[in-house]
Design a protein around this ligand. Sequence first.
Ligand SMILES: [Mg+2]
Length: 354
Amino acid sequence: MAADTPVEMTVRWSGNEYKLTDLTSSNTVADLKSKIQNLTGVLPHRQKLLGLQYNGRPPEDDIQLGTLKLKPNLKIMMMGSREDVLAEMQEPPKNLSNLVNDFEMEDEEISIENREEHLAKIEKRVRDYNVTVLNPPRDGKKLLVLDIDYTLFDHKSVAERAEELMRPFLHEFLTAAYEDYDIVIWSATTMKWIEIKMKELGVTSHVNYRITFMLDYMAMISVHTPKYGVVKVKPLGVIWGKFSHWSAKNTIMFDDVRRNFLMNPQSGLKIRPFKSAHVNRSTDRELLELSKYLKVIAPLEDFGHLKHSHWERYKSKRKYNDIASTSSRSSSGRESRHSKDGNDHTPSHRNQEG
Ligand SMILES: [Mg+2]
């Protein structure tokens, strides 16, 4: 048997660090969790320990710390809530019905979004990733970030021409969106493929709209999540860090994969994937409907209050001041709050080229 040696590690939880000094290599993961409970009040079965692995997975409770081959002074992260906090969250909200929506965003997502190592990776992309601007951003335009595969294009079906796999209404959608938004393409593949696909679809050469720039997999970051393991995501912070006039206030991102939004859940709209193009080409209207939503929200000064998962409900209302009153925490200023001049900003009144 190996000698019993001291194990020191630091646990981060909820913004605080806790140093564990009285463990040894013969203590088990269960012992570790019980120490963490003493410090944080989080019950062992609620604790998710990130950065602790045994054969590539989270270790079982009976595994001894000595067998985990831990680095000296390891830092791990614990995710989990205390019972009193959980009980509080499960109580029905008083008075404010809007609060219910806030709980839809899982606490897991919030902590992933704010974790330092993830923010550091974004900073690195902001610094090192080279964006080739195809068409300069236009003054006053909001930002629309689009995935390609299954969003604009069915990349798995077989066809003779890319056009057969193109999502219906793609060019109409991009043309309408371009009135209010600068358009950025972001796909989890290489720039070479993105360029080929966009060219084949006739997107890069279209006369009614322009693509501002395109991002490939190199601009993505990997994050560690308890739910999905290590995944690659598309952090909008990379764009916001490079183009400071865009932020969560005026950016919206469409993707068929929800985890791509993990670093900015508020700004993502998960669309229905476009698959089996040959079957669905005649009935898919997703882009047509989404362009109505983009139009309806375009006059808002801050997208931060919107719940994009309700987009179909909002869209059917058609009037942006209705959206503002249903999504904002404040119910005042229904009529003209988001309109500087009080005029109706309908599409036909807007300047096409900005
Ligand atoms: Mg996709």
